[in-house]
Write a protein of this length. Structure first.
Length: 205
């Protein structure tokens, strides 16, 4: 009888432990809805600014709504997809003078830390690799909200604006002007606007 009580007690404690254990964090995976997103940049040329974009990219965002600090993001850009609406300029940008796309075909960002700064703002720190150089950067991210579209698909909105010095990544080409100064500036303004789409697991469809 004593042995039976011990077995029952052990079983009860095991059941209590299982029911009281914290549930594993649930994350949702989002990818970029490219029809409603863009990756833009601008740089000073002489006395004005030239704008451009990268048109081929992939993004995977794992969102932990309960604990946003546990969220992660990976972003991959195809360097050859650079587009400034000028074929000759784009060819030069793909060359060894700039991105050297044959040798360095991708620009990547992989988060290492997400710090909430308020209800709609986050600092996302991660490793940015471009032109073979990897540096830790912190990107300010604005969260625009989550809602469902007309088909019931959950969509999210995010904005990133920052400035990078191209020389930090070995993009050093320039041309001196006879009157002084140089053709290109060093600072590149980045603007990423993302509409994301929640990925629904096959089992849930």
């Amino acid at each position: 009888m004593l042995r039976g009580n011990r077995v029952a007690l052990a079983a009860g404690l095991l059941a209590l432990g299982l029911t009281s254990a914290p549930l594993e964090a649930q994350t949702e995976t989002h990818v970029a809805d490219k029809a409603h997103s863009n990756v833009m940049f601008s740089i000073r040329h002489l006395v004005a600014r030239v704008t451009g974009s990268f048109d081929d990219y992939d993004m995977k965002l794992n969102i932990d709504k309960a604990k946003p600090a546990n969220s992660t993001v990976e972003f991959t850009i195809k360097a050859t997809s650079i587009n400034t609406a000028n074929a000759n300029r784009d060819k030069h940008l793909r060359s060894a003078d700039f991105f050297d796309v044959e040798k360095f075909p991708e620009i990547t960002f992989k988060s290492t830390k997400v710090t909430p700064k308020g209800s709609d703002s986050y600092d996302v720190t991660g490793d940015l690799t471009m032109h073979g150089v990897t540096k830790s950067v912190t990107l300010p991210v604005s969260f625009m909200g989550i809602m469902k579209d007309g088909r019931g698909t959950e969509k999210g909105g995010f904005e990133v604006t920052t400035t990078l010095n191209r020389k930090d990544y070995g993009l050093v080409w320039n041309q001196a002007l006879d009157a002084g100064g140089a053709v290109l500036g060093d600072d590149v303004k980045i603007a990423v606007n993302l509409e994301t789409r929640k990925v629904v697991p096959e089992a849930a469809k």
